[in-house]
Design a protein around this ligand. Structure first.
Ligand SMILES: C[S@@+](CC[C@H](N)C(=O)[O-])C[C@H]1O[C@@H](n2cnc3c(N)ncnc32)[C@H](O)[C@@H]1O
Length: 279
């Protein structure tokens, strides 16, 4: 959990007042009604409204994602994200990981920020992220269940927003960024996981161009990272599958094809798009 004496930029999701730590177990706002939020034993807080709660990745998807990521297949993606952050954003600033999942990238980003905030609408994901931070002795991280469409963060308080394979909400990310702050969107290139798709489908479609890419912020830099991986063991192949959008749109017949393979060779093809807020 983040050091409560550091600058803390979280606002109350109900009344937008400033939030302060009350001991180690409670966050309280200084508004008229003093809304209070319990900090879980794993170290995260639920700031989602009842309407927003319950969405995002399931417990099973979170487990699959952790199992896959912990083997280092996507470490080059984490390294490139950290490199771009250190090149393009102010050093030792406040960073937000919007749609942080189980915190694999958040934890690495925290090494070069004074404070890093991870938000995700999935409670199991945020719980896993907070546990990871504890395991890795990171004490400049704050995790909350919250929607990326309505981040509980004051306007203009972040030096960078990182958005990795999660919904990109330009207006909201621009709101929380300082002038001169950067948004790094990490998203799939056309050949991403082509090997996986070749096993699953007879007719392969290229990945769609994302409709939610920023349109108003200035594109500073764009870079592609492409490399091959071999995923050994069907359990690991199925973990990779469970963390992709294909998991939700593949027929049982096609899934059976994947269940029969022992190893998978595939491309990883990632685009890093860096945007700047100018005013
Ligand atoms: C593909 S996962 C990526 C997670 C993480 N960034 C990573 O790459 O490991 C997408 C994440 O976005 C989260 N998500 C989806 N809709 C969201 C929303 N409206 N607000 C916050 N998080 C959301 C999901 O719960 C999930 O954890």
């Amino acid at each position: 959990m983040i050091d409560s004496k550091k600058i803390f930029t979280v606002k109350c999701p109900i009344c937008s007042a400033e939030m302060l730590f009350e001991g180690e177990k409670v966050l309280k706002c200084n508004g008229v009604k003093s809304h209070s939020y319990d900090i879980s034993s794993s170290g995260y807080v639920n700031l989602a409204s009842p309407k927003q709660s319950g969405g995002g990745d399931t417990k099973e998807a979170v487990r699959a994602r952790s199992a896959f990521l912990n083997q280092g297949f996507y470490e080059p993606i984490a390294n490139k994200t950290v490199e771009l952050l250190s090149q393009c954003s102010e050093s030792n600033g406040t960073v937000i990981d919007a749609g942080c999942g189980e915190g694999y990238y958040t934890s690495k980003i925290a090494d070069l920020s004074s404070a890093t905030y991870g938000f995700d609408i999935s409670k199991p994901a945020v719980e896993a992220a907070a546990k990871r931070a504890k395991r890795e002795f990171k004490n400049n991280l704050f995790f909350a269940v919250a929607s990326v469409y309505s981040l509980p963060i004051f306007d203009g308080s972040a030096s960078a927003v990182v958005n990795i394979f999660a919904p990109c909400v330009e207006e909201e990310y621009a709101r929380v960024l300082k002038n001169g702050g950067v948004l790094i969107v990490v998203h799939a290139g056309t050949d991403h996981l082509m090997g996986l798709k070749k096993v699953l489908y007879d007719n392969i479609r290229e990945n769609d161009v994302r409709a939610d890419m920023p349109k108003q912020l200035e594109l500073l830099h764009e870079e592609r990272l492409k490399y091959g991986i071999t995923v050994n063991g069907n359990e690991n192949v199925m973990s990779l599958f469970a963390m992709t959008p294909y998991y939700w749109r593949t027929s049982q017949n096609d899934i059976k094809k994947l269940e029969q393979i022992k190893n998978l060779d595939t491309d990883v093809d990632i685009i890093f798009s860096v945007y700047k807020k100018n005013q």
